[in-house]
Design a protein around this ligand. Structure first.
Ligand code: MOS
Length: 715
């Protein structure tokens, strides 16, 4: 075997997923698929009221049902130590079975544990609660006046220059844009399998975007040393933000395992996933834009109202994009949340940035027609050469190149400047653009690297993979840095015992974990050069395996930590996107056929063109769902969703999806990290909904400001 260093330039290669075979053959094990000896099954019983107090829970019939081991209610649950009011670090969120309060319909009020899933499900149907009902509010639009400025987190209203300067400009737009709540709906249900070893050690197989975060949360809830909490999340079947945090049902599974002294598996139903694991909150946004007659922005005002839960505040960055994306001397933003008797929202792919960019990019499109200016030309006239919000230069920005390449790929020169005038047979044809930005984040990460005598390298880090191909990207970075073929390298993740890594979220994994992998490979190489008697920064070719043999070493191992340098404070760092859509709209039926979507992204260096393209396509599909089909519908009489299932909540299917082309500018940004990446997970969705709404307007002359764009809104 020849392990000689080869200059290989692996970064950018279209490497197929290293775990692809496992995934398509059923070899990949998800959290619900681990066989644990003596496993029992927990099923949650949802509240049937929307606000009030549980007076009593009649558990007799359930307890007598076959196979039942326990029926857990607020009246008999063993205490979760971290839930107590006087605990030093009370854990975040709803505390199930801790008291008798009900805050929303569907909140679990009891949990049945039985020897099979079917028996637990049947027994759960026999549990009957008596309540004292209280008045509740679930209607977002009727409660807009109850909005409060977020109290937690770091949200602050923002003013640059004058407030509402748009009102004094010669050309103005003032419009409202409405989004319904949207559900993450990953294919894999949320599942937790938990088992204790004595009273102070617990192991979980759980759907998690961050095994270290889950470890901290469970350790806090049960007052354990974090090293006594083992979290495994080797494969995750999609999450989109729904597994960024540890949810109450995960704590409940651990609590149940403690009470029945057996391993417990708790699987949420699809319907429970509409209430217990977050969603993109419904939002109403007002945009004011003012411009000079030649299309220079004078002012941008962006106001957003969004729903949250009465028991926990959720906030996101819906208005922030309006502060920096365009070169307006005046900008101001306001944001309020409205607490309702609903489950708490969560970040959902592209989170607030996707919500905010739908409003801003729709309004900009409206302004372009008022000015009689091409929408791309309007964006060029207001191109931000620096970040005016922070008054910092960009670490890199190639949005102009995105406009150009996207316009060429979609055929922008075929776009009619007058809406409703471009026909192909019976169909109206339209083109639209929508843009976005998402912060290029990076967090402290460690990677452990081990060189074995056969010349193979194993790397471990406690990151997760919710589907983008994390291990594959890490293998390419290591192959490139070490100069080894990719098939000599393995990367392991999803285990809380591995060295620290951030939660997979905010498009930061390749930047954070990739940097640690890169730095660990550099450190390993340096050690090998020194062992070979060369300068540690030598570029000579050396044979790694030979060096181990010569020094009689069974292996060579090290752990490397990596984080941003001080330069991080001197630049504003974002990924940028320009999404383009071509649509056909039938004037009689209002049916929209999406013909083509082009997503152009400046996300720094692209590590793997194959998986990155897949990720961009997946994000565009999410954006198509947001624009065209997805809407969680509430019945405010009962405080319940009426479409909490896949039949009535419409996610796009293959027949809805056109040709989607991903284009990468692919220029390294080494200010952010040594590999030069900026992140694509969120930006792949941010701007898509506006591109589609703007294309529909261009085709029909009908401006839809309330998503989704269903046919009834076009006839
Ligand atoms: Mo993403 S919404 O940070 O999982």
């Amino acid at each position: 075997m020849n392990n000689t260093v080869i200059k290989k330039d692996a970064i950018g290669d279209p490497l197929s997923r290293v775990d692809g075979r496992l995934k398509v053959t059923g070899g990949a094990k998800y959290s619900g698929e681990y066989k644990v000896a003596g496993l029992t099954y927990a099923v949650l019983v949802p509240a049937t009221i929307t606000s009030g107090t549980i007076i009593a829970v009649d558990t007799k019939a359930a307890e007598w049902a076959p196979g039942v081991l326990a029926v857990i209610t607020p009246f008999n649950a063993s205490k979760v130590p971290g839930y107590q009011a006087d605990a030093a670090k009370p854990i975040k969120g709803l505390k199930l079975f801790n008291d008798n309060k009900v805050y929303f319909n569907g909140q679990p009020i009891a949990m049945v544990v039985a020897d099979t899933f079917e028996r637990a499900t049947y027994a759960a149907s026999l549990v009957k609660a008596t309540y004292e009902k209280q008045p509740f509010e679930t209607n977002f639009h009727r409660n807009l006046d109850k909005g409060v400025v977020p109290q937690n987190g770091n949200y602050k209203d923002y003013v640059r220059g004058e407030v509402n300067a748009y009102k004094n400009a010669p050309v103005q737009i003032e419009q409202e844009y409405t989004l319904p709540s949207e559900m993450h709906n990953p294919m894999e249900l949320h599942v937790t399998t938990a088992f204790w070893d004595g009273d102070d050690k617990v192991t979980l197989y759980t759907k998690s975007q961050g095994v270290k975060g889950s470890q901290r949360a469970i350790a806090t809830a049960f007052n354990l040393d974090p090293t006594n909490v083992q979290i495994n999340s080797h494969f995750v079947g999609g999450a989109f933000g729904s597994s960024l945090r540890t949810w109450p049902h995960e704590v409940a599974a651990v609590q149940a395992a403690k009470m029945v002294k057996r391993p417990v598996k708790l699987t949420l139903t699809r319907e429970q996933m509409f209430t217990l694991v977050g969603y993109r909150p419904q939002t109403i946004q007002k945009i004011g834009l003012g411009a000079t007659a030649d299309g220079k922005l004078v002012g941008i005002t962006h106001e957003s109202h969004s729903q949250t839960a009465v028991y926990e505040e959720f906030t996101e960055n819906s208005v922030n994009v309006s502060r920096f994306l365009y070169n307006s001397p005046n900008a101001n933003t306001l944001y309020k949340v409205i607490p309702l008797n609903v489950g708490v929202p969560a970040p959902m792919r592209g989170p607030g940035e996707a919500t905010g960019s739908f409003a801003l990019e729709s309004a900009l499109d409206e302004l372009s027609y008022k000015l009689n200016l091409d929408p791309i030309e309007l964006r060029l006239r207001n191109y931000a050469d620096i970040d005016l919000e922070r008054n910092l230069p960009w670490s890199s920005k190639y949005l102009k190149e995105c406009y150009q390449q996207g316009a060429d790929a979609i055929g922008w020169n075929q776009r009619a400047t007058q809406p409703g005038t471009n026909r192909d047979g019976e169909w109206l044809v339209g083109y639209g653009i929508g843009c976005g930005a998402f912060g290029a984040y990076r967090s402290l990460t460690q990677a452990k690297i081990k060189l074995l005598p056969n010349g193979t390298v194993n790397i471990q880090s406690a990151t997760s993979d919710i589907g983008p191909g994390t291990a594959t990207a890490m293998v390419l970075i290591a192959a490139d840095t070490l100069g080894l073929p990719a098939d000599k390298i393995t990367f392991e993740l999803g285990n809380s015992a591995f060295p620290v890594a951030p939660t997979q979220g905010g498009s930061a994994t390749v930047s954070s974990v990739g940097s640690a992998v890169h730095d660990a490979c550099v450190a390993l190489k340096q050690k090998l050069y020194v062992l070979a008697g060369k300068s540690e920064n030598s570029t000579d070719e050396i044979d790694y395996a030979n060096i181990l043999q010569q020094h009689n070493l069974p292996s060579l191992e090290l752990t490397q930590e990596s984080k941003s340098g001080a330069d991080g404070q001197k630049y504003s760092m974002y990924s940028f996107s320009a999404h383009f859509a071509q649509v056909y709209v039938h004037p009689l039926t209002g049916v929209v056929k999406i013909k083509k979507v082009v997503a152009v992204v400046d996300a720094g260096k692209i590590v793997n063109h194959k998986t990155a393209s897949s990720q961009m396509i997946g994000g565009a599909v999410g954006g198509i769902g947001m624009a065209m089909t997805e809407e969680a519908v509430f019945d405010d009489r009962y405080g319940r969703y009426i479409n909490g299932n896949f039949a009535d909540y419409h996610v796009p299917v293959n027949a809805d999806i056109p040709q989607i082309q991903a284009i990468f500018i692919d220029k390294a940004d080494t200010i952010i990290n040594p590999v030069g990446t900026k992140g694509i997970g969120e930006i792949s969705l941010i701007g898509v909904a506006a591109a589609l709404a703007n294309a529909v307007y261009n085709a029909t002359g009908k401006r839809v400001r309330e998503l989704p764009i269903t046919p009834d809104k076009l006839i």
